[in-house]
Write a protein that binds this ligand. Structure first.
Ligand SMILES: C[S@@+](CC[C@H](N)C(=O)[O-])C[C@H]1O[C@@H](n2cnc3c(N)ncnc32)[C@H](O)[C@@H]1O
Length: 212
């Protein structure tokens, strides 16, 4: 089993991280550099979409947000509840209609959790996030950049532009052109390429802060 299924995230990725104590990447406070913008959010309720075991949930709680942590891996959510006893979790599939009301959320974070989908679903996800955010609310997150050229191996298949089936997984590598399409309805507060180290590997990423 090696795809973007719930089983993969539950029984491979998070099982390995949790059972083998590989959660050292969790110390990455990447949102800190955008604290000024994040502090301006008036309504202090947040959703951490694809929260994993909660590195960003913890950061947002520390900054005074009331956070609902959403993921479809029950194993990750159970670990989050163990690490953050006051954490509120919800098991959802990001590709489905988000179970929140229109104009109801101050901030939505999606850190490394929305680069697994074809463009049709990616556009749907951006639209859903836009629907549930309050006017002036922030959508913040990080996604893979197309600068990760080493990801592309001989057996990598390009399913559509920037969307690949690689080493048994679907992955989207974003470029500026895709952001131009995805952010037409948004006010771009920040859009930066950066390098991080995750699970011992360098990763090129786009960081974004978008305002509804
Ligand atoms: C690379 S991890 C990032 C986790 C966390 N945001 C972090 O920074 O540590 C990607 C997360 O997205 C979740 N995920 C992937 N596809 C999803 C989907 N369709 N619906 C909900 N969660 C999903 C996975 O279960 C996983 O926890």
């Amino acid at each position: 089993m090696q795809d973007n299924s719930q089983e993969f995230w539950n029984n491979e990725y998070w099982k390995d991280v949790i059972d083998n104590n590989k959660a050292d990447f969790i110390q990455d406070s990447w949102m800190e550099k955008y604290i000024e913008e994040i502090n301006k959010v008036e309504c202090k309720n947040a959703i951490d979409l694809g929260c994993g075991i909660g590195q960003d949930t913890k950061w947002l709680l520390d900054k005074g947000f009331d956070v609902i942590s959403c993921d479809f891996s029950k194993r990750a959510l159970n670990k989050l509840e163990e690490l953050i006893p006051n954490g509120k979790t919800m098991q959802i599939d990001i590709k489905e209609k988000l179970p929140f009301k229109d104009n109801s959320v101050g901030l939505i974070n999606a850190n490394l959790s929305i680069h697994y989908f074809d463009m049709e679903n990616t556009i749907k996800i951006f639209n859903e996030i836009n629907r549930i955010l309050k006017p002036n609310g922030l959508f913040v997150g990080r996604v893979n950049s197309d600068k990760n050229e080493e990801y592309i191996k001989e057996d990598t298949q390009e399913i559509e532009k920037n969307f690949y089936y690689m080493s048994g997984r679907y992955k989207r590598l974003f470029d500026k052109e895709q952001f131009d399409i995805l952010t037409k309805e948004w006010n771009i507060i920040a859009l930066n390429e950066s390098i991080t180290v995750r699970k011992g590997r360098k990763k090129a990423l786009w960081e974004f802060i978008l305002q509804k």
